[in-house]
Design a protein. Structure first.
Length: 327
């Protein structure tokens, strides 16, 4: 029975990360994959409740996998914050997940909250998958698990879609950050009984922390008034950035760019793919004829925050963008 339930929990974890893989391989939209994972969620409390009365090791694996996966995800994110502050858009894929899961035309507070929730669900389910089979194993296996997860995602079209192919800096950072996912998870599962006893002693504090985290996600979902006031398929200049952060088209088409400010601006796409001059109060269009994710930003002295344009289906082979100007 224990082996059957371990396999059942392991299989119930797969649709979390599987939702993204279905999208990047072009097998299904991400919203469908997300709904499949939601349908699997009852498996976890049901098995945990049963194991708590009859299978102590299985219950321990679920507890340590959950908290170890959460701790690893926090480590993975915290170590990337300096690179985010430096200007690398390391959290951009998480924002895209929310747009895809909600099948939205643009990003908002709600897509941000859903994207981050999905990100943590992946970290936790990967932690569960590890703890189910690696209980009491040396923490070094956790490092290998983290590196293996990154290797798997880079072997898929994800690397091309998010422009990681050939980007050695981004690839090195991804592997580096996954060490900080694998170590907390591996250490907690290695110190099997000791860590479980500590978790039991900290149960009240951990529950309070989880409740606070859930409230933070809920309140982060309050829509940004500036972004919600922008028309669909439109990017608007707002100081050193464009709003909203993500715009999504169902296929080839045009995105309108608006400059409501008192000064002329130049909007650029990296790697010399295109640029657009917008006078004060002017609007213009960028036409996109090929699927893919395109980055653009306002040219400013100092730091400028980029936005992204999704032309579906991104899983199709991307080519350089073809653009035409228009008023």
């Amino acid at each position: 029975m224990s082996l059957f339930l371990r396999c059942l929990v392991f299989l119930a974890c797969i649709p979390s990360g599987g939702a993204l893989l279905l999208k990047v391989w072009g097998l299904s939209n991400m919203r469908t994959g997300g709904l499949i994972f939601l349908a699997c969620l009852p498996v976890f409390p049901l098995v945990y409740g049963w194991a708590g009365r009859r299978e102590a090791d299985l219950a321990r694996a679920i507890r340590l996998g959950f908290w170890g996966g959460l701790a690893g995800t926090l480590g993975y994110d915290l170590v990337r914050i300096p690179f985010h502050l430096w200007g690398m858009r390391v959290f951009a894929p998480i924002q895209a997940y929310g747009v895809w899961l909600l099948d939205a035309e643009r990003s908002s507070g709600w897509t941000e909250a859903v994207g981050w929730s999905y990100h943590f669900s992946n970290g936790i389910t990967f932690g569960l998958m590890y703890a189910l089979w690696f209980g009491r194993r040396h923490w070094g296996w956790g490092l290998l698990w983290g590196l293996a997860l990154e290797s798997i995602i880079l072997s898929t079209p994800f690397a091309r879609i998010f422009h990681m192919q050939g980007n050695l800096q981004a690839i090195a950072l991804a592997y580096f950050a996954h060490l900080f996912y694998g170590y907390p998870l591996g250490f907690m599962v290695f110190k099997w009984k000791e860590m479980d006893a500590r978790l039991s002693a900290m149960a009240a504090s951990l529950k309070l922390g989880m409740a606070s985290l859930l409230l933070a996600f809920i309140f982060s979902g309050i829509p940004d008034d500036r972004s919600s006031s922008v028309a669909p398929h439109t990017l608007q200049v707002a100081g050193n950035r464009l709003i909203p952060t993500w715009v999504r088209l169902p296929g080839p088409g045009k995105v309108q760019l608006i400059n409501p400010g008192p000064q002329a601006v130049r909007i650029l796409q990296p790697r010399g793919q295109g640029e657009l001059e917008l006078a004060a109060g002017q609007s213009s269009d960028w036409h996109f004829e090929e699927p893919g994710i395109y980055q653009c930003y306002v040219q400013r002295p100092g730091r400028s925050v980029s936005s992204f344009i999704i032309i579906e289906p991104v899983e199709s082979e991307s080519r350089p963008v073809s653009q035409r100007g228009g008023s």
